[in-house]
Write a protein that binds this ligand. Structure first.
Ligand code: NAP
Length: 340
């Protein structure tokens, strides 16, 4: 009898997910099969499931399995995989949001996940929850700052310049602060007032309330900034960063796009940063991320993770969890164990 496992299947754009049995796909050359013990629900997942993301329909043939990262244990190795072994504890990212191939169902919203061995990092003994809390949003922040804006790698002690992270309260923003600090920059942030102490603990030199009427003015006094990033990506933040770059102009990275008008001397760098390592053209970044940087960060506790809430109920809990994330009801991340 062929092997089966449970998956949360999406049958069409904005359709509710259905949990059911699916045949387990066997790993091909260069792939591994991973038993998945932790999913962190990301805003992207919620937007995909609830149909508000414009790519939701075009990316997939249905039924599809969403979810692009997970943490678990290597169960089977495809031909040619030498970097991993049966039983390795890992965190991993899949092509769920970059490759439309319904037959291979590469999403992490299932118990056994097929994954390219090149996008798997070993995590040693740390908890699956901790690994999955960090990987996706940290990759977003590091890809934006390092790969797309050109910031260096950690260890350049003595960098004199400043970095601005707008909206550092979320996971991406919190990790952007810590990355920029680890590279050696002085990091100025905007966050909510209640989060100021945590931001200082993460390494921010100055915390400005992003709701304050004089936020841009105060940021201008603290600048200039070598790198500018908005971890909230909203129009207010994009306009603020554009204003801070005047009169010379320049570029900033944003987690979200949008069609607001920005001055012609401004370049907004908006990409699917979270999927950067899935792209062949970023092969060097991918090798560094999974082979060196991420295992080092996780195994040596170099990043303070955001808060999380564990939600019971296994895959069936994903629908409500996504709705809660979509409606902004969740601080930190919701984590679900697909084996429950
Ligand atoms: N382009 C990409 O590759 C990519 C990748 C990952 C995420 N994203 C997008 O980035 C955004 C953040 O993701 P995340 O994982 O960091 O979310 P998250 O952890 O859920 O962060 C939400 C927090 O951001 C802060 N925030 C919300 N609206 C804000 C605003 N208008 N101005 C300033 N801060 C605001 C709030 O913190 P306080 O209440 O403390 O202020 C809120 O609790 C999402 O929209 C997501 O879709 C894009």
């Amino acid at each position: 009898m062929s092997e089966e496992h449970h998956a949360a299947l999406i049958t069409g754009v904005a359709k509710p997910l259905q949990v059911g049995s699916v045949p387990t796909i066997q790993p091909m050359q260069g792939e591994v099969l991973i038993r998945n013990y932790a999913i962190a629900v990301q805003p992207l997942d919620a937007k995909m499931l609830l149909g508000s993301y414009s790519g939701a329909g075009s990316l997939h043939s249905f039924p599809a399995v969403f979810g692009s990262s997970g943490a678990g244990v290597v169960e089977k190795l495809g031909a040619g995989v030498t970097s991993l072994a049966f039983g390795d504890r890992v965190v991993f990212d899949t092509r769920a949001y970059t490759k439309a191939d319904a037959n291979r169902r590469e999403g992490t919203w299932q118990q056994l996940v097929i994954c390219d061995a090149a996008t798997v990092a070993k995590i040693g003994e740390i908890a699956f929850e901790q690994a999955v809390l960090i990987d996706f949003p940290l990759q977003t922040a590091v890809a934006a700052l390092h790969l797309f804006l050109g910031m260096g790698k950690p260890g350049n002690a003595g960098v004199e310049e400043k970095v601005l992270v707008w909206g550092s309260g979320g996971a991406v923003g919190s990790y952007a602060v810590q990355y920029a600090k680890s590279v050696g920059y002085t990091v100025v942030v905007t966050a909510s007032v209640r989060d100021a102490d945590r931001q200082k603990g993460l390494g921010a030199s100055d915390v400005i309330d992003y709701k304050a009427a004089d936020a841009v003015e105060r940021l201008r006094e603290l600048g200039p900034y070598k790198y500018l990033f908005t971890g909230s990506g909203d129009p207010v933040s994009q306009k603020a960063l554009s204003s801070l770059l005047q009169p010379e102009g320049g570029k900033f990275a944003s987690v979200l796009g949008g069609d607001m008008e920005l001055p012609t001397n401004i370049e907004r760098v908006y990409r699917p940063f979270s999927q950067a390592a899935q792209s062949e053209e970023n092969g060097d970044f991918r090798a560094w991320w999974y082979g060196e940087y991420l295992p080092n960060v996780l195994q040596n506790n170099l990043v303070d993770p955001v808060k999380f809430t564990k939600r019971g109920g296994g895959l069936a809990a994903l629908q409500q969890a996504s709705a809660d994330v979509f409606e902004g009801k969740v601080r930190g991340k919701i984590i679900i164990n697909p084996q429950e």
